[in-house]
Design a protein around this ligand. Structure first.
Ligand code: ZN
Length: 683
């Protein structure tokens, strides 16, 4: 493992943070914590923790000894000094005299010693950091260490490799008991460079940040080298199916099946697909059924990935109807097994637990790869990262011996531990959380407003537009979560490619806003066929082709869905010389109604917004000036030329789309957003 320490960078951290009144100890604590956090083979997404014992000042300006420990909710990779709440050290050390301490009392005792009452809760491993006397303590869940400890003879193996340089701590649930045991083991031989916690991870410590970090890298490197030189078991692969099916065929079926829970309630999940050489090596392994069903590599992961992934057969070897039925049976069995696991382990609990949802979070499919489920794309990505990273540790463990994991009772304790559940409980769902919204013409004024409105309501949003750079720029303005896809809507294969990508990223779609358009004009008796066809291509056929792709995915998911068409006022109230645009829009209005009729049985709704006179790429400032002049009014009067005498904005149009997406009993409907124009009123 590469040692990334750099004296110059370390000095720059001290210098930079000194300006913000952060002492050198804490500045270096931030520096090496980030080095550890940036390496996925050491820690992932908020895993691991670090600390420093240093001095601070109280309100009387008296020097006090404190321990600064990583706060909950912070990720080591991006930690700042405020991510290390400071706690009075002496009272924490006093706790060591106690025989027992409940988790709740421990958390309270820790909070009572914080210098800043508003700081986040310090890590649940705080007492361990306090009880070990070294100034700098680093803790990771390093893959290579776990490949060694998660063996039937893990204890002996660690002893053989590390000798007396590391203390060995048997598995104990994090908290007071673990902190006490670790401190006792350390006290037996204070010359150790660190502690290896069987089936959990590794602590290294020293009196400088540099030395503690070096000791971590050295220990992990030693473990990595042992694995490299002692791999003896061949990894055999199953026969690969050469047939191929797109993710758009597979993912919506899985997403749909996983979005229906045992109690029959529909709760959508986001499904992310991943494929890499490592993932394929893992999912195509002959022993997949065994090594994937042993359990998580470190207890922390269970709250993210559940203990076991669901395994499905390769869809390449069967018809999709068969795959669907195998998938449904496998999922049902998974949920029943999860429920039994809960009942079995809940029986002995002094305070009965509430069963979590029985859905898998990771699904492994030979030939295809890994799917991760989450309530958002960000959540699914974290689960996917953990699963993907664990694959290396498990394959390494298999190469040198036999991968083993903790008994399920220990893992149940972590999965249902209130302190762990608190980490996940923060996010509250919004109206469109767990839903995927696609907006065509997404880089334009209305498209961006629509995307914004749905993102604010928690949706995953995809912008489709013809130019990638423009699309990226629009996405950047809206939110880092937005997926921008360049797509020429007049090319069917481009649309298909775009929906494949959407299915890879989110597992499917829920709402499609068909908003792209180009305002072609001309007197209808004189206009060329070519121009009329061009208008029909983008203002009618593009919507038809996008709707077809969407319907194919929505049908596979079987979760309902919603098509939302942007038909302009021209569809109802044609303007002079606007035939090429208005005729295509009128056809699109009919298209909206046809989808409403043909797919209502699947719970798919189809609605339209009839908007008029919105400042956008279709109605530029010059056009507004010209039209205002032609009517002898100023541009503001022109824009307010409606019954309500108020200008209609792109945000108003976006709100109408959101309203229609929420109106669960409305289909084949048109919402007019034009400030009132009686000639364009729906009759
Ligand atoms: Zn840990």
């Amino acid at each position: 493992m590469q040692n990334l320490w750099c004296d110059k960078t370390a000095a720059s951290f001290i210098e930079q943070y000194a300006k913000k009144a952060v002492n050198a100890d804490l500045a270096l604590r931030v520096y090496t914590s980030r080095l550890l956090g940036a390496n996925p083979a050491l820690v992932l997404h908020g895993g691991g923790n670090t600390s420093v014992k240093t001095e601070s000042f109280n309100l009387h300006d008296e020097k006090v000894q404190v321990v600064c420990v990583k706060g909950s909710g912070w990720d080591l990779a991006a930690i700042e000094p405020q991510g290390f709440p400071a706690l009075h050290l002496a009272p924490l050390l006093n706790l060591q005299k106690l025989k027992n301490l409940t988790d709740e009392d421990m958390v309270n005792a820790q909070r009572c010693q914080m210098l800043d009452a508003a700081a986040p809760n310090p890590s649940i491993e705080t007492l361990l950091h306090a009880f070990i006397p070294h100034r700098f303590i680093d803790h990771t869940h390093a893959n290579a260490i776990l490949s060694l400890t998660n063996q039937p003879d893990g204890d002996a193996l660690i002893k053989k490799i590390f000798g007396s340089s590391m203390g060995i701590v048997p598995y104990i649930k994090p908290g007071f008991d673990l902190a006490k045991a670790a401190a006792e083991i350390f006290a037996r031989d204070p010359s150790v460079k660190g502690l290896i916690l069987l089936q959990h991870g590794i602590f290294t410590f020293a009196d400088t940040a540099k030395e503690a970090y070096f000791r971590m890298i050295e220990a992990v490197t030693l473990a990595e080298e042992y694995i490299k030189t002692h791999s003896k078991n061949m990894h055999r692969l199953m026969a690969v199916n050469s047939a191929n099916k797109s993710i758009a065929e597979i993912a919506p079926l899985i997403r749909g099946a996983c979005s229906k829970l045992l109690n029959g309630m529909v709760e959508r999940m986001i499904l992310m697909h991943r494929k890499s050489d490592l993932i394929l090596k893992y999912v195509n392994g002959e022993n997949l059924q065994r090594y994937s069903q042993v359990g998580v590599i470190t207890p922390d992961h269970i709250i993210r990935t559940k203990n076991f992934p669901l395994i499905l057969p390769s869809p390449f070897s069967m018809e999709m109807t068969e795959f669907k039925s195998v998938l449904e049976t496998a999922l049902r069995e998974y949920q029943i097994a999860y429920h039994r696991y809960f009942v079995r382990n809940n029986e002995g609990q002094s305070i009965p637990k509430k069963e979590l949802d029985p859905l898998p979070r990771i699904i492994l499919v030979p030939d295809v790869g890994l799917f991760a489920l989450g309530k958002s794309a960000a959540d699914a990505a974290i689960n996917a990262d953990i699963a993907e990273n664990s694959m290396q540790a498990i394959l390494d463990a298999e190469a040198i011996g036999n991968y083993t994991a903790l008994p399920e009772s220990d893992l149940f304790e972590i999965e249902y531990w209130s302190l762990e559940q608190a980490k996940l409980a923060k996010n509250s769902d919004k109206a469109f959380t767990r839903q995927v919204v696609v907006v065509t013409g997404g880089a334009g004024t209305i498209g961006q407003s629509v995307a914004n409105a749905f993102i604010n309501q928690g949706a995953e949003v995809v912008l489709m537009d013809i130019d990638q750079a423009r699309c990226d720029e629009a996405a950047k303005k809206i939110h880092s979560r937005v997926l921008a896809i360049a797509c020429d809507l007049t090319k069917a294969e481009d649309i298909q490619r775009a929906f494949d990508r959407i299915c890879q990223t989110f597992g499917g779609v829920d709402i499609v806003v068909l908003n792209a358009g180009i305002a072609y004009t001309g007197k209808i008796g004189e206009v060329s066929d070519a121009l009329l066809r061009k208008s029909l291509e983008i203002n009618f056929f593009a919507h038809q082709h996008v709707a077809q792709q969407a319907i194919s995915i929505l049908s596979k998911q079987n979760l309902g869905g919603c098509l939302l068409f942007n038909v302009s006022k021209q569809a109802l109230n044609p303007g002079v010389d606007f035939g090429p645009y208005g005729i295509a829009k009128a056809a699109t209005l009919a298209l909206m109604r046809q989808y409403a009729i043909d797919y209502a049985a699947l719970g798919i709704r189809s609605n339209a917004v009839n908007a008029d006179r919105i400042r956008s790429g279709l109605l530029t400032e010059e056009m507004i000036s010209a039209r205002a002049q032609a009517r002898g009014v100023d541009p503001t009067e022109y824009m307010c030329g409606n019954l309500l005498m108020r200008e209609v904005t792109a945000e108003d149009v976006a709100n109408a789309f959101v309203h229609l997406a929420l109106a669960e009993k409305t289909t084949a409907g048109i919402v007019t957003v034009d400030g009132g124009n009686i000639a364009a009123a729906v009759r």
